[in-house]
Ligand binder design. Structure first.
Ligand SMILES: *[C@@H]1O[C@H](CO)[C@@H](O)[C@H](O)[C@H]1NC(C)=O
Ligand SMILES: *[C@@H]1O[C@H](CO)[C@@H](O)[C@H](O)[C@H]1NC(C)=O
Length: 298
């Protein structure tokens, strides 16, 4: 069973040429840099949970209409993130990057839970995308183990707390370092000047107005060059849609957490062609696959 699932996954991967081409072009970075990148995210997640739990007590969770078990489980999630920070910091020794200061936009336990779902999904995409950059197989195994736990968090908060599907589809999206950093940077206010400089850049913002599958949506891109395509990252696929009159037609079958990027190419979404994004788009579907909500999360 395990074997046949793997063969199917490989066959799908090989037939989906565009995401694999994008993956092959990624720059080589050393393990210290990849681990510090992961640690940058874990510091952020750790602060995200610690601050929310310090701010909202059990009564606040109940008043927000969240299940009685939610806060206790979030405490467990927070402890996992603190452990990930400790694990990576120990592996990196003196090279370990230190926490930054952050600004999270949640205002109550409900908006915190919504953002938790998105952040855990980004964490999954970050580890999935970074896997190929890790040279040491023991670090790779540890990263896979963390990825699995982040995926369980994402699934739990999406389904048990937010009452949505616990997955996006058969595959999660691999994001590269710049794409992840763009999403993380939105929450970072400042970092210690002694932190190692990572080889990453943040792209300008992309806002997709009211994204509904099969419908035209107006967007705004803060890039100096306007995108000629919007690339939708869904599972291992990239769907390129040409821009027409400042609008883009949202692909019909999108589900779960999808990333949209403005590009100047209709065949490749790479650091050379990406001008803005990612916009994190959520397409929530009920158990009979009907769309129940959609929107941009960032
Ligand atoms: C710290 O970084 C330097 C330079 O990249 C590297 O040679 C060394 O092995 C690193 N130490 C650890 C514990 O990762
Ligand atoms: C899903 O939503 C559609 C459209 O609102 C509705 O007709 C259907 O009954 C829903 N299915 C379930 C299982 O809730």
């Amino acid at each position: 069973m395990r074997c046949s699932v793997f063969v199917v996954a490989l066959a799908v991967g090989l037939s989906a040429s565009s995401p694999l081409q994008a993956i092959e072009k990624r720059q080589a970075v050393d393990d210290t840099t990849v681990l510090n990148f992961a640690l940058t995210l874990e510091h952020l997640e750790n602060a995200f949970y610690q601050q929310a739990l310090a701010k909202f007590d059990q009564q606040a969770f109940l008043d927000a209409g969240l299940p009685e078990f939610a806060r206790g489980r979030f405490e467990q999630v927070a402890a996992h993130e603190a452990t990930h920070v400790q694990f990576l910091s120990t592996a990196l020794g003196n090279n370990a990057t230190q926490p930054c200061t952050y600004n999270f936009p949640y205002t109550d336990p409900k908006s915190f839970a919504a953002l938790s779902q998105v952040l855990e999904g980004v964490g999954v995409s970050a580890y999935t995308g970074a896997a190929q950059l890790i040279t040491n197989k023991q670090y790779l195994t540890a990263a896979a183990s963390i990825l699995a736990t982040e995926a369980r968090h994402a699934s739990w908060v999406a389904s048990a707390v937010n009452k949505f599907a616990g997955w996006s589809g058969a595959f999660d999206v691999p994001l590269d370092l710049n794409e992840v950093f763009t999403l993380a940077a939105a929450f970072i206010t400042s970092c210690p000047s002694t932190n190692p400089t990572l080889p990453v850049k943040a792209y300008p913002a992309l806002k997709i107005g009211n994204p509904v599958p099969g419908q035209n949506s107006h967007f705004s891109s803060q890039s100096s060059t306007g995108p000629t395509f919007i690339a939708f990252f869904t599972g291992l696929d990239t769907i390129f849609v040409a821009v027409k009159d400042g609008a883009v037609e949202i692909p019909k079958d999108l589900s779960g957490q999808v990333y949209a990027l403005g590009t100047t190419s209709g065949t490749a979404a790479t650091p050379d062609t990406i001008v803005s994004g990612p916009a994190v788009l959520l397409f929530e579907r009920n158990s009979s696959n009907a769309l129940i909500s959609s929107g941009q999360a960032n």
